[in-house]
Design a protein around this ligand. Structure first.
Ligand code: FES
Ligand code: FES
Length: 163
């Protein structure tokens, strides 16, 4: 067992973990953060995407011990405490960016990273930015629409001008 200390969704956590435990297993099995989803066993689907020190990673591709000392943000702390959705969540809701929703947590976390890096992406840049996240239901059209709308919502929040 190896001791790890990290900050997950704004709370400090400390645990003894098996060196082979994946970050996604740690989040789900030890911390009960089942909002982060396992959608494949080949590191292809992106459903497990979280932010690690502010950048998106597939948490099935990272060992829990590699996150020692890091800040991890998951879908579970994206909304405000009063239930107000994050602009990316709101945009996915408004633009019907999901059907079964299995891919949605990963899509949303990937979008948060994408818009942090590029606040005003083109449709092509959105499609490129989400290429590591698979959705089996939507055909991506409404997801891309959601991301473009999220960029507008974020901008209007920042400038105080309606989207
Ligand atoms: S569960 Fe991580 S990429 Fe599919
Ligand atoms: S909404 Fe079902 S996999 Fe994306």
């Amino acid at each position: 067992m190896t001791r790890i200390n990290l900050r997950v969704d704004q709370e400090n956590v400390s645990d003894d973990v098996e060196p082979r435990m994946l970050l996604v297993q740690y989040l789900r099995e030890k911390l009960g953060k089942t909002g982060t989803v396992i959608g494949c066993d080949t590191s292809n689907c992106g459903a497990c995407t979280v932010l690690l020190d502010g950048r998106s990673v597939k948490s099935c591709n990272v060992l829990a011990v590699q996150a020692d000392g890091a800040v991890v943000d998951t879908i579970e702390r994206l909304a405000d405490d009063d239930g107000t959705l994050h602009p990316v969540q709101e945009a996915f809701r408004e633009c019907h960016g999901l059907q079964c929703g299995y891919c949605t947590p990963g899509m949303i976390m990937q979008t948060v990273d994408l818009l942090n890096e590029n606040p005003d992406p083109t449709e092509e840049e959105v499609r490129l930015g989400l290429e590591g996240n698979l959705c089996r239901c939507t055909g991506y059209h409404n997801i891309v629409k959601s991301v473009l709308h999220a960029a507008q919502l974020k901008k209007s929040q920042e400038t105080g001008v309606g989207a």
